[in-house]
Design a binder for this molecule. Structure first.
Ligand SMILES: *Cc1c(COP(=O)(O)O)cnc(C)c1O
Length: 381
């Protein structure tokens, strides 16, 4: 017998009562009964995004909504600034190039957050740039980018948008869309939203909707204006992901009950506990200067094969963490602490990592990381 624990940054664990809600008999989507559910989910999403704007609910993964931002807001030849600090930053650029946008690539060293001052000087020298595209939390490196500082560069100009991939930021830490003036924000169901993969949420500012009127990019499925029109009737243009939307309504109701501020505090506490634990274990964080509250990455000790370590954690210990990608393949382990995750999930992740590292011959004193985490986790009680 092996009990399994999922502690990777997506998909994340789904609460049992949410699974049960999604297991209810299928219902038809063009009905007043389902419209009520859809409408409540969309309203809950406005609370989540801290916006008065519509939040579109799309049947796709997060990347679909990222692509939709590109195709709905820009046209071939438009110039955009992509902050590329990892796999997902790179994705903004690849999507944009696919549709003929001119991408100004701004590379940020993996594990670092962007420097808003540098971005400010790039924008000052090039007035043709129509957007900053960025991640709130670059999941591949566990680093956060300074969204509030970036919003100050775009919010008072009507010719540039701030486009935020908030897929591991929304519902983890504070990203008040209206207050900061974020122009487009995206999230997906399988990260902080405690659901299976398959839903993307996206909201646009008034300024972004004006850009949408100018865009000439061909599009069919991801047509935000069409979706907004349907949302007014509490439905979507095509068949909504009925079960996932039913689950989303429950998750967002729970979230409103906990209160966003408490949700952020919980994630921050789990993040701080994880950071304290890995440091007590003598491990080096991959994003020490600008760590996101969604996941913590560490370099595996010299002489340990990170790929084998993650595989053994999963197959021998039953604990799924994430490894490193691309240049960090085999060198990094990432512990996620977002979504349906609480105190004792962190204890499991840290104790399993200690045991697995010891098994692989690394110098670890068992319990040292766990104790450091406990000190911080105890704050909640
Ligand atoms: C997971 C993730 C994505 C990709 O989402 P999909 O649901 O796989 O399309 C994009 N950006 C970030 C920051 C993510 O964490």
């Amino acid at each position: 017998m092996k009990k399994k624990y999922l502690l990777a940054p997506g998909p994340t664990p789904v609460p049992e009562h949410v699974s049960l809600e999604m297991a209810l008999p299928m219902q038809h989507h063009r009905t007043p009964q389902f419209s009520k559910i859809f409408g409540e989910a969309a309203e809950g999403a406005q609370y989540l995004f801290q916006t008065k704007q519509d939040v579109l609910i799309l049947a796709s993964t997060g990347t679909g909504a990222m692509e939709g931002c590109v195709t709905n807001l820009f046209s071939a030849g438009d110039k955009v600034l992509v902050i590329n600090g990892g796999k997902f930053g790179e994705r903004w650029g690849k999507i944009s190039e696919t549709y003929g946008l001119k991408v100004v690539w701004h590379s940020v060293e993996w594990g670092q957050g962007a420097d808003a001052k540098e971005i400010e000087s790039i924008l000052a020298q090039d007035k043709e740039i129509k957007a900053i595209m960025v991640q709130a939390s670059e999941t591949s490196t566990t680093a956060a980018h300074p969204i509030e500082a970036l919003s100050k560069l775009t919010r008072d100009r009507d010719d540039i948008l701030l486009i935020v991939d908030g897929i591991t930021g929304v519902g983890v830490f504070n990203l008040p869309m209206d207050e900061w003036g974020i122009d487009a924000m995206v999230t997906g169901s399988q990260k902080a939203l405690e659901l299976p993969p398959g839903l993307a949420l996206v909201s646009l500012s008034e300024k972004a909707w004006k850009f949408a009127n100018q865009s000439t990019t061909p599009r069919f499925y991801f047509d935000f204006k069409k979706e907004r029109k349907n949302l007014a009737d509490k439905t979507s243009a095509y068949t909504p992901a009925v079960s996932l939307v039913a689950g989303l309504r429950v998750v967002l109701r729970d979230l409103q009950e906990e209160g966003l501020e408490n949700v952020f505090k919980r994630h921050n506490r789990l993040a701080r506990a994880t950071r304290a634990a890995v440091q007590a274990m003598g491990l080096t964080m991959v994003a020490p200067d600008s760590p996101a509250d969604s996941a913590t990455g560490v370099f595996v000790p010299e002489g340990v094969d990170g790929g084998k370590l993650v595989k053994s954690l999963r197959d021998d210990f039953g604990v799924t963490l994430a490894g490193g990608q691309d240049q960090w393949k085999g060198k990094v382990v990432r512990i996620a602490h977002l979504g349906y995750v609480d105190t004792f999930d962190i204890i499991i992740a840290i104790s399993a990592l200690e045991m697995a590292l010891k098994k692989f011959g690394a110098q670890v004193q068992l319990g040292k990381g766990v104790a450091a985490a406990q000190e911080i986790l105890l704050e909640a009680y």
